[in-house]
Each structure stands twice: as C-alpha cells, then as structure tokens.
Write a protein that binds this ligand. Structure first.
Ligand code: MIC
Ligand code: SF4
Length: 754
C-alpha cells in the first residue's frame, strides 16, 4: 500500500506543466533538481528564473519526517503555533533513543522503559495532530521513509540532516531544524536560498569489492566537509543507472557529510524495481507516465559543464574501495594505502569492533553483501578477530533478513544483533570499557565519525567503510587488511582469501514483515489531551524567547572562542544527552561543552569576566545571563557542521548568548540560529577572528540599522582600552530580520495567528 497517493498524484499532475514553463523561462534544458524545485514553488507556476546561490525562494514541500530526538522540540514548538492538524503529511519515527547494549530484545524493552514518557508524548501529539507514528523498533527514519514515503520528483523536509537519503528515490529531500518543519506543518511556505548545482557523472560499473558507499567516500574526499555547502549534488550517467536504488540512497545520505543541501538521482529502472518491491506499484505506474520529467534533460547530461556550477566525474570501473577517517568523514584513503597511511599517522591498526547499520547502509542489499563475507568466514574456518554489531535499518529489513538466514550467519560469527535503530551511530552504545578512554580503532558503515560520537571515548578512532569492507576488516581485525590481496589464516592454519562479496539488490522472495511498527493517527484528534508533567526531567513546555528591544547590544562578553572544528556534536553533544532533547533548560547543561576554547585549548573551561574564574561553559553563560550581561560565541570555519539539531542554536539562546560570530557556517545551523532569534554573523575579513581576545568587551554599534545586505560593525574594546572595529557579514533577508525582532520565528507565527 502506498501512503498519501492523492498527494503524489497532484505532484505528477503539475510536474509536466511546471517543467515546461520553467524550461521556457530559463530558455534552456533543465537538470532534475531544477525540475523538482520549479514544481514545488509556494506561488504555484514558475514566473521567473531564480539566481542560484543568491535568491531566497519559498517552497511547498510535499511531506515532513521527524525523528524522536528532534521531534520533541519541533512538536513542542508546533503545539504553540495554534493549529489543529499538520498541513502536510508528516511522520514521527522513534529511532534515536534506543541504546545498543545487550541485543535487540532487551535493549528495546529498556528503551521503552527509560524513554516511556517521551515516546508517549510523541505518540499522543502525533495522534492529536494527524501525524503518522512509527514506534520504537520500527526502524531508522530514513530507511523507513525510503521504504514507504519517498517518491521520484517529490520534495520533502525532515528534522534530521540525513533526510537527504530519500534522494535515492529521486526526491529532493532536505534536512532542516525543527522550526523550519514547524513552518510547513503550520501551512506556511518553507524558505531556501536557491542552491548551486554540482553534477557528478558516474561512468563504468561497480564490481568486486567496490560498493556505492565508495562513491560517496571518494566524493567526500574530493569535496571535503564543506565543499557541498549551498549546493544540490545531482548524480547521472551510466554508472548511476547501473546502481541499486538503496545504493543511491547511501550516496545521497552521506551527501550530508559534504555539507550539501541534498543529493539526488534521476528516476530509472532500479527505482521502479524498488517501488514495486516495497509494495508501491501505484507510485511506480504514476511515475512511469511522467518519466522524462523525473530525470535531467538529455542535453544537460550530455554537456554537464554548461548547466552545473561544478562537475565531477568518477569512473566506477577504476574506483577502489575506500576507508574514511578517523574523526572526520572526508579523510579518504583507498584500502590499498591504508596500512601505510595508518602507520604513518599512528592510528591503531587493531580493529576492536565492526559495526554494520545506520540509515546509510542497512538495506537488504547491504546486509546480504556483508553476510556473504560473514558466511565465507564461517565456511573457511575463520573466526572474527573484532566484535561485530548489526543494526538493521527497519523491521521490514530485519524480518526479511532473518527469514533469509542472514541474521543466523552473523550470529554464527558471534555478532550482536541490535535494535532496528540508530544505536552506536549516535552514541547510543553502552560499549564495555569505553570509560577507560583507551586509544583504539573501530570500523563502521555509518556516515559520521566525529570524535566521541559512537562511544564517548575521544581516543576511539572510527573509520567509515562499506558494509562488506567492514565485515572483512572486522574479521581480519586489522585496519590495514586489503581483502583484494591479503590472506588470513584459518583454524587449520591454512592461508585463505576472501572472495569478493555477492548479494541481492532486492530479496528474491520479496520483502516480508509481520508488524512494521506503524500507528495511524486519529481521524479527529481534537479530543486528545497532551500533558507534560511540571516536574518532568525530559519534557518542558517552551517559554517564548524575548523579543529584541531595538537597541544596540553593548557590553557583551566572550563566552567562548571555539578553536578548529566545532560541529553540532561539540555544541550540543548527543549520546547520553539525547534524553534531554525535550527539555531546553536541562539540555542546555551540555551547551558547547565539547568545543575547544582558543584560550588554553581545553574543553569546557572558560574564563568568566564577572569574577575572573575559570568554569564550565553552561555555568559561565548562566552567570552572565543572571547578571544581565549579554554574551557572544566566536567560531572557525563550517561552524555547526553535522546535525540538524536546533538545540545547538536554542541552548546558547536560552543561556543568554546574543550572537555567534564565525568564519563560516554550515547551512542548517545558520538557519537554526536565525529561527531562534539569534545573530549568526561571519567575519568580513577572516583574519579578524584573531583580533578576538579573551577579556574583550563587545559592542554592536549599528545593529539598530540591521537591514538585508548591510554589514554590521562590531566594536571590540580590548582589556587595555584600545578599540578595534570589525565588519561582520550576514545573510538575513527582510523576513529573517523579523524573526530576530520578534525574538524567534515561532513568536512571529504566533503574532501572525492572533
Ligand atoms: C545525527 O546523525 O547526528 C543525528 C542524530 O541523526 C542528527 C539529528 C539529531 O541531532 O537529532 C542529524 O543528523 O540531524
Ligand atoms: Fe540515526 Fe545515525 Fe542516521 Fe543520524 S546518521 S539518523 S543517528 S543512523
């Protein structure tokens, strides 16, 4: 059964018309991305060409997906918007709050006990407002979306940066903060700066050990963690067509790691096969009718340099499997070079864990290929040297791989089968011994490997690879192992070699599931009461942020000048802190505690200008706030890289920070700051970052003239009384300045509703 088929029909009705119109206006053939963008304009038919990288455009996304860790804050905000129902189809997925420890059964039971209050809250809010609810254990949001909701040519937003996964089914799916989702749930347009377009031409065909994951590991190496910022990455070429739909999903998924707004592929036979295999013949039949509008125009793909802002070409025949890491997903090393590179850098070669799963790589194909390696190990008398953990992507995948014997294969290798959930990928992993902070290496098929992410240990070197490569390296227990050349010694003392993986794009016997874990909302939810206990530690009704008084901010102090990489994991750590995602005051205790202070180079040690004492970031911020002293945060490049979590913007806001001034921002985080009524600014001259000293006082001397396109001036008063002015850039348009005036975008919605 396909969900929301009427909505999909409407999209396909207007697609050919809008595409033809856009082609006429632009006067040239179109990329797929443009076709989808121009079919989802808030104002209906296209009337003008938008300037890429410049114009803000209002869009009307078709649907919204939220996961449990971000949905809490999104729904707490939506509840304040004064609406009876969500305006577009929306789903909530319980996947982040389940810790991996002993195995699926026990872990799921524990999660239901410990997070019962939150799951109940999400379930009842969903029921009340017409939101589809996927229970704990149903699977990871992006896998469930791909299996049930994604459709070629659609546009969706989701409160998770890996929403982009749905590009594997030819969608434009974009990760946003909760406040953006609230706009769309409340029936308002969703605004995005018209993205640049990067074309990736794939030639040749994957074979042997090389997997779709290697395409994106390679692309990450080329583009780096910020090379995709503000851009849609569109893949095309014979190589694209020859890959499975879920493989395309993997590639789009990790587009988040290069900062891309989203990634996508044109509709093709692999997508049709996937739609049919997942019970959506109706969607496939509808898509087939408008097939040529669901991919880029032939002229575009024949001469990509003319139509994309940047073109990358990768020959899949020559692509070698890669391993990326440690600590950043763009550090790409071909498998054949790993031993040399790891040795030169002092990375531990012993692999302690191999983890397969996450929204990136937990499809039937992924598991079947990894299982083929595991089976060989069993057949060839090899025992695994590292420990193994598997998180299936959805209950449908889990049920089917169990039926087809793959779970048993992994269990024969003593693997732990964890819940269909994020688990170790988001630090929900009770890894025995992690507290010892020992230097060690692990390898996984996830997308992110920032410091401390999986097990909280800053000395865990996490490496990212395809599921089949994770299986091989975990079996060998050796990061430098190259399964294409090297041999292993089995229990009879013989040297054996692993053959290249084999697998199935889709289950030969079809997918199967008993209870997929879905709960449809009540048709009329008006009588449903959502209650939050006053003394709850997990949930807190939001108090609106204060509106701006129209005055210049003066006398501000530096809360922290964050040195180097400062991702959302540094700003608002996940793992154990996920439990406070619905309680702003409690979660604010993790505010910036992972960021390295430029003065002293320690984490969570900052000097208070109130009394000169060095203390934790949250406590120092609270003291400034209590004293009525505004504070600012200063940061480096790509500040806020990583997650969509708006907590990274709300926490500093809650703690009295007024401005975040950096060399550059990651897209979602910059928007999140704006939404929450903060000033997110960048140094006009990058090196002015160096002028910021620990004991400075800061005055915004022309904030009262805050206007689109107009620089702001920051007066820095150094401790010795000398003064320097620096210019700050911003990207606020007129309506975003309104959010700042009102104190937040939500305050503005509420005011408009009155
Ligand atoms: C992640 O992968 O970092 C997360 C957890 O899925 C986040 C969302 C969150 O912080 O809740 C994301 O990618 O947006
Ligand atoms: Fe979950 Fe990891 Fe995917 Fe984020 S990246 S949605 S934590 S599996």
């Amino acid at each position: 059964m396909a969900f929301d088929i009427e909505m999909i029909k409407k999209v396909y009705e207007r697609l050919p018309k809008n595409v033809a119109k856009a082609r006429e206006i632009l006067g040239r053939p179109l990329t797929l991305s443009e076709k989808i963008l121009y079919t989802h304009l808030w104002d209906g038919e296209p009337t003008k060409a938008f300037l890429r990288g410049k114009d803000y455009v209002d869009f009307a996304p078709d649907r919204i997906a939220c996961q449990d860790a971000t949905a809490q804050m999104a729904l707490l905000q939506f509840m304040q918007a004064g609406k009876e129902q969500v305006a577009v189809p929306t789903t909530v997925h319980c996947d982040h709050l389940i810790q991996a420890k002993s195995g699926a059964k026990v872990d799921l039971k524990n999660a239901k006990e410990t997070s019962n209050e939150v799951f109940d809250f999400l379930g009842s809010v969903s029921n009340k407002y017409g939101i589809g609810f996927w229970k704990p254990g149903a699977g990871i949001i992006h896998q469930v979306v791909l299996e049930n909701y994604a459709f070629p040519g659609g546009m969706m937003i989701g409160t998770d940066s890996h929403t982009v996964n749905a590009g594997g089914l030819g969608m434009l799916a974009i990760g946003v903060g909760g406040a953006d989702a609230v706009d769309v749930m409340a029936g308002m347009p969703w605004e995005l700066k018209c993205p640049r377009l990067i074309g990736v031409k794939l030639t040749g065909k994957l074979s042997g050990w090389t997997a779709p994951k290697d395409v994106i590991l390679k692309v990450a190496g080329i583009l780096t963690v910020k090379g995709g910022t503000g851009a849609i990455v569109e893949y095309f070429g014979d190589g694209a067509i020859s890959m499975s739909c879920t493989g395309k999903g993997t590639i789009c998924n990790m587009g988040a790691e290069v900062g891309a707004t989203t990634s996508t592929f044109g509709y093709d036979d692999s997508m049709e096969r996937y739609l049919r295999a997942t019970g959506r013949d109706e969607v496939a039949d509808l898509a087939n009718v408008v097939r040529e509008d669901l991919t880029g125009d032939a002229e575009v793909y024949a001469n990509p340099e003319k139509y994309f802002d940047e073109v990358i070409e990768i020959n899949l025949d020559e692509l070698e499997p890669h391993i990326n890491g440690p600590f950043t997903p763009d550090r790409a090393t071909p498998v054949s070079k790993m031993r040399e590179v790891a040795t030169a850098n002092g990375w531990p070669l012993d692999i302690e864990w191999g983890l397969i799963g996450s929204c990136t790589n937990s499809s039937y194909e992924d598991i079947s290929r990894a299982a083929s390696i595991a089976q060989q190990a069993v057949d060839k008398g090899l025992a695994t040297k590292a420990e193994f953990g598997i998180n299936p992507g959805s209950e449908q995948v889990r049920y089917t791989i169990e039926r087809d014997g793959f779970i048993k294969t992994f269990e024969d290798l003593d693997a732990k089968i964890f819940t269909n959930a994020c688990g170790p990928c988001i630090g929900q992993w009770a890894r025995a011994g992690a507290e010892d902070q020992k230097k060690n290496s692990i390898i996984h098929s996830f997308n992110r490997n920032f410091s401390k992410r999986a097990d909280g240990n800053p000395n865990t070197h996490a490496f990212v690879a395809s599921p089949e490569m994770v299986a091989a390296i975990a079996i060998s227990g050796d990061l430098g192992f190259n399964p294409m050349k090297d041999t292993l010694v089995n229990n009879k003392g013989e040297e054996v070699k692993l053959d290249a993986p084999t697998g199935w794009e889709l289950p030969p016997l079809g997918f199967d599931v008993e209870d997929a874990g879905y709960e449809a909302p009540a048709a009329d939810g008006s009588g449903i009461n959502v209650s939050i206990a006053d003394d709850s530690k997990r949930l807190q009704v939001l108090t609106p942020f204060q509106a701006w008084d129209g005055e210049n901010i003066t006398g501000a102090k530096l809360l922290i000048k964050a040195l180097g990489k400062c991702t959302t994991d540094h700003i608002s750590m996940a793992g154990p802190w996920l439990r406070y995602r619905g309680h702003l005051d409690n979660i604010s205790e993790n505010c910036l505690i992972g960021a390295v202070n430029a003065f002293g180079e320690e984490v969570n040690q900052v000097k208070s200008q109130l009394n000169g004492e060095v203390g934790a970031v949250p406590a120092t911020a609270r003291a400034y706030k209590a004293a009525g002293v505004p504070s600012i945060v200063v940061g480096d490049h790509n500040y806020g890289e990583g997650s969509s979590r708006e907590h990274a913007a709300m926490e500093p806001r809650h703690l009295g920070v007024r401005a975040v001034i950096v060399k550059s921002f990651a897209r979602i985080h910059e928007t999140n700051l704006k939404k929450q009524g903060m000033l997110g600014l960048t140094f006009a001259i990058e090196s002015d970052f160096d002028k910021i000293q620990e004991n400075d006082t800061f005055n915004f001397i022309d904030l009262n003239e805050f206007a689109p396109g107009r620089q702001l001036t920051l007066e820095i008063v150094h401790a010795n009384g000398s003064i320097e002015n620096v210019s700050l850039n911003h990207t606020y348009n007129a309506s975003q300045i309104e959010w700042f005036r009102y104190g937040s975008a939500l305050n503005k919605i509420k005011a408009d509703n009155k």
